[in-house]
Design a protein around this ligand. Structure first.
Ligand SMILES: Nc1ncnc2c1ncn2[C@@H]1O[C@H](COP(=O)(O)OP(=O)(O)OP(=O)(O)O)[C@@H](O)[C@H]1O
Ligand SMILES: [Mg+2]
Length: 229
């Protein structure tokens, strides 16, 4: 197995429901994503992009197949660890379409909430949060509320939040959907920089073709399986 591998998927299958409600979403997907790569995930609405991300993030259970995260096999027809939450906590950062900052917590508390819930010391998580806010050029906003920040600034906070646990993998579901062209480009360039500087693998769902030029690879769900174009 190559050291460079961040995600490897073999014969992955996912269907929902049964009888009339049966939906076959992903059928026999096979692919590898390397560390340091920014990969776009494209496909029409309802094709299974979010479902695929949620399986990679150990949130949604595949029906069958194998998933490796880094060199750890985490799924083979069942979860192989007792605690999928632990894998998420240690390896994965999520960025969602809407930024989902908690409106009644200030910026720094939004960043430190999850690490602290996971037992990271207050001082340590605050220091990490401040480093990230500095990195994203929003250090002066640490005591502001999300409603006092622009859409682009909130999205930067959401990216910072995804980095709080030094993840090996970032899963981003349409992180630029709510942003205009300039801000979208900025966010994608920032993700590209993170991929390179921190050797993180990033899978980013996007509906915006203009973002594809910043990505290293383009992954598409076609005929219920995953292809690279
Ligand atoms: N929990 C669920 N139960 C039943 N069907 C589901 C469930 N989650 C998703 N689906 C179905 O799986 C298919 C893929 O949905 P998914 O949300 O992954 O699509 P998507 O590509 O992310 O679409 P969009 O671009 O609109 O976000 C859809 O047909 C959807 O209705
Ligand atoms: Mg979706």
């Amino acid at each position: 197995m190559s050291n460079n591998q961040a995600i490897k998927v073999e014969n992955l299958n996912k269907a929902f429901g049964s009888g009339d409600a049966f939906v076959d979403v992903i059928h026999d997907a096979n692919f590898t994503i390397n560390k340091g790569e920014l990969v776009a995930l494209i496909a029409p609405s309802g094709a299974g992009k979010t479902t695929l991300l949620m399986m990679l993030g150990c949130v949604d259970k595949p029906n069958s197949g194998t998933i490796y995260l880094g060199d750890e096999k985490v799924f083979q027809d069942k979860w192989l660890t007792k605690e999928t939450r632990k894998i998420r906590r240690e390896k994965i950062g999520f960025i969602f379409q809407a930024h989902y900052l908690i409106p009644f917590l200030n910026i720094i508390d939004n960043l430190t909430l999850l690490p602290q819930a996971n037992g990271v010391k207050d001082r340590e998580s605050k220091q990490k949060a401040r480093e990230l806010l500095e990195y994203f050029d929003i250090a002066e906003k640490e005591n502001a509320m999300p409603s006092q920040l622009s859409g682009g600034q909130n999205q930067r906070v959401a990216i910072a939040r995804a980095l709080m646990n030094n993840p090996e993998i970032i899963l981003a579901d349409e992180p630029t959907a709510a942003l205009d062209m300039d801000r979208s480009t900025n966010v994608v360039k920032m993700l590209k920089k993170i991929a390179i500087e921190q050797d993180v693998a990033i899978v980013m769902v996007t509906h915006d073709d203009r973002m594809l030029e910043y990505c290293d690879k383009i992954m598409k769900i076609e005929n219920k399986t995953v292809v690279f174009i």
